[in-house]
Design a protein around this ligand. Sequence first.
Ligand SMILES: [Zn+2]
Length: 338
Amino acid sequence: MKMRFSRFLRSTLRAVAPLSCALLLVACGGKQGAASEAASSADAGQTTPAAAAPAAESTGGFDGQQAYQYVADQVAIGPRGAGTEGDTRAQQYIVGKLQSFGCPVDQEDFHASTPIGSVAMKNIVAKVPGASPDIVLFTTHYDTKRLPNFVGADDGGSSTGVMLELARLVCARKNALTVWVAFFDGEEAFNPDVWQDPDNTYGSRELAARLALSGDLGHVKAMLLADLVGGRNLHVKRDSNSTGWLTDMVWSTAARLGYKDIFLNDRVAMEDDHLPFLHRNVAAVDIIDLDTSNDVPYWHTPADTLDKISPRSLAIVGHVLIATLPELEQKFHSAARP
Ligand SMILES: [Zn+2]
């Protein structure tokens, strides 16, 4: 995923930096200053204690410690880039967990045309039937970016851990609305440097297209995406690409639960797995912390490791998601009744 304009800034810096260094040593000193600033904020991120998760009873039954274990299990697999052996092992892990929770699981295989050729990918969707055919769709990507020694504890691992724990809860009960929990493959771009369509969001585009073909897309009332939600300094800003009413619903739920210091009212524009659904007129929201200057200085680096993950952050995001479900049920279920 990316913030709008960040790619432009990155490539501009990359192009300009060597020239500045050659012509103007002061500029290099300035750049070093910026680098050490970034390093110290990275240190700050690491010294923030990884707070334990509150008891599940206080977070709507969502067990943050359990979610953390799911992150640890994924990291133990190693790199999980789309189409790699690690990706296959991650798929087996996710399917195995969902089945152990008693979830009905669809494994949706497809081939994606990528810059390195055709790549076999798989979306995994837990489909929990409800009293109404209308669907609430919770989503994450589970693939990790294809970078050397990159295990994606936060980027790929954290939100997948949250969605597994959420699936454990919703699969064990009767819900008013149909609830799907989707695990996307291929969110990350294959190009290591550039986020450019169509080299990204392969899995979410595939699911959105399949839903459109099957006619189920009209039943999807809300798509809630989590990505990079496990950091110790978690702050989630309102994504201006996301649907207003759904963002308001999630943020007001978070405020009601006492998480105003985590779910901020600042705005950011995100490009992520929610876009293919927004483009098909499905209400969607992205819950993400991509503040690379403060919260996630380890983003897309080998430093995105398990020690960056806070069970408490996972618990908070899980609590907000599980508490938003009754709000959605209230909004849509009564309307769906005959
Ligand atoms: Zn990423």
